[in-house]
Design a protein around this ligand. Structure first.
Ligand code: AMP
Ligand code: FE
Ligand code: FE
Ligand code: ZN
Length: 281
C-alpha cells in the first residue's frame, strides 16, 4: 500500500486541479492520496470523482493555517465534516485575512518591483485560498525571479520587509475545532526550521491535551535529528506518525510518494474519522 497524506491543488497553492493531482497520484502508483488544501475543502468533490474513476482511495483533508503567538503552525485535518460551523468560521476568517494580507504585500512589493494586484490575480483560481506562492508565480511571470524558491528567498520571506501577517487561529483551539468537526488532527511538518520559527514541545503537548492524534514526521523539511526527536516525542505522548510529500504540483520540487504513511496508521485515521467523509468504503 502506497499512501501519501498531504497534497495541494490549485484550490490553494498547488498548480494542478484536484482531478489532476489524483491522476498524478495514480500515475505515480499511489493507492491512497489525501488532498489537503490550505483552509479549504473546495477540491474534495472533484478529487473524489477522479479517485472513483481511477480506482484510488481519496482521504479528504485540509491544512488549517494556525498561529501560536506569531509562529506559523500548520494543522492537517482528515475526514472532518466540511460544514461544521465553528471550524468553517475560522478557516473562512483566515481566508479573508489572507486576501487582505496578499493585497498589502503586493502594495509593498509594487513600490520596488513591477507588480500589480491584477497580475497576481491571474495566478489564483476563482475561490482559491490565496497565499504567498501566488505572488511568487506573478513575480516569475514578470521575470523578476526564476521560480517560487527564489521569490521566497528574496521577496516573500517572513523576515523580509514586504511580509505581512494574516489572521490564523491558535493551534490548540484549531485542534479542538477539528475534533468537534469529527476530524483527525495531525500536526503538519513540526520542527520544519527551514520554513521559519517553530513552536516548542510545550505547544505540541498542549495540542495533544486538546486531542492531537499524530505528527507528520517524514517530511522533506525536517532534518534527520529532528525526526528522531519527534519519533521519541510521539512514542511518549501516544501519537502516531505519518509521512507525506506535501506535493504542490510544479510549484515545489516535492514529488508524490517521496514520503509515505504506514497502512496501520491510515487504518487508525479512517477508524477515528467521520466515516461519512470517505469515498469507496
Ligand atoms: P502562506 O500560506 O501565504 O504563508 O505561504 C506559505 C506557503 O508557501 C506554504 O504552504 C508553501 O506551500 C509555500 N512555500 C513556503 N516556502 C517556500 C519556498 N521556499 N519555495 C516555494 N514555496 C514555498
Ligand atoms: Fe502550501
Ligand atoms: Fe504546510
Ligand atoms: Zn502543505
Amino acid at each position: 500500500m502506497r499512501i501519501d497524506l498531504h497534497t495541494h491543488s490549485c484550490e490553494s497553492d498547488g498548480t494542478q486541479s484536484p482531478a489532476e493531482v489524483v491522476a498524478a497520484a495514480a500515475v505515480t502508483g499511489l493507492d491512497v492520496v489525501a488532498l489537503t488544501d490550505h483552509d479549504t475543502t473546495s477540491g474534495w468533490r472533484q478529487a473524489a470523482a477522479a479517485a472513483d474513476r481511477l480506482g484510488l482511495r481519496l482521504v479528504r483533508g485540509m491544512e488549517v493555517s494556525c498561529s501560536a503567538g506569531g509562529i506559523s503552525v500548520h494543522l492537517l485535518s482528515y475526514l472532518h465534516d466540511p460544514a461544521s460551523p465553528a471550524l468553517l468560521a475560522e478557516t473562512e476568517r483566515a481566508r479573508q485575512s489572507r486576501e487582505l494580507r496578499a493585497r498589502r504585500m503586493v502594495d509593498r512589493l509594487g513600490a520596488d518591483v513591477a507588480l500589480t494586484w491584477e497580475q497576481v490575480q491571474r495566478h489564483v483560481v476563482e475561490g482559491a485560498t490565496i497565499g504567498r506562492p501566488h505572488i511568487a508565480d506573478a513575480l516569475v511571470a514578470q521575470g523578476v525571479v526564476a521560480d517560487r524558491e527564489e521569490a521566497f528567498e528574496h521577496f516573500l520571506s517572513a523576515h523580509g520587509p514586504y511580509h505581512v501577517r494574516h489572521y490564523a487561529p491558535d493551534p490548540v483551539a484549531a485542534v479542538r475545532l477539528v475534533v468537534a468537526a469529527g476530524g483527525v488532527p495531525v500536526m503538519a511538518h513540526p520542527l520544519a526550521r527551514l520554513r521559519g520559527r517553530v513552536v516548542g514541545d510545550d505547544v505540541i503537548e498542549a495540542m495533544v491535551d486538546a486531542g492531537l492524534a499524530g505528527l507528520e514526521v517524514e517530511h522533506r523539511d525536517i532534518t534527520p535529528p529532528d525526526r528522531e526527536h519527534l519519533r521519541a516525542l510521539a512514542r511518549r505522548l501516544g501519537l502516531f506518525t505519518t509521512g507525506s510529500s506535501d506535493y504542490h504540483g510544479s510549484g515545489k520540487p516535492n514529488v508524490l510518494g517521496e514520503n509515505m504513511t504506514a497502512p496501520d496508521v491510515l487504518d487508525e485515521i479512517l477508524a477515528r474519522g467521520n466515516r461519512v467523509a470517505v469515498n469507496g468504503g
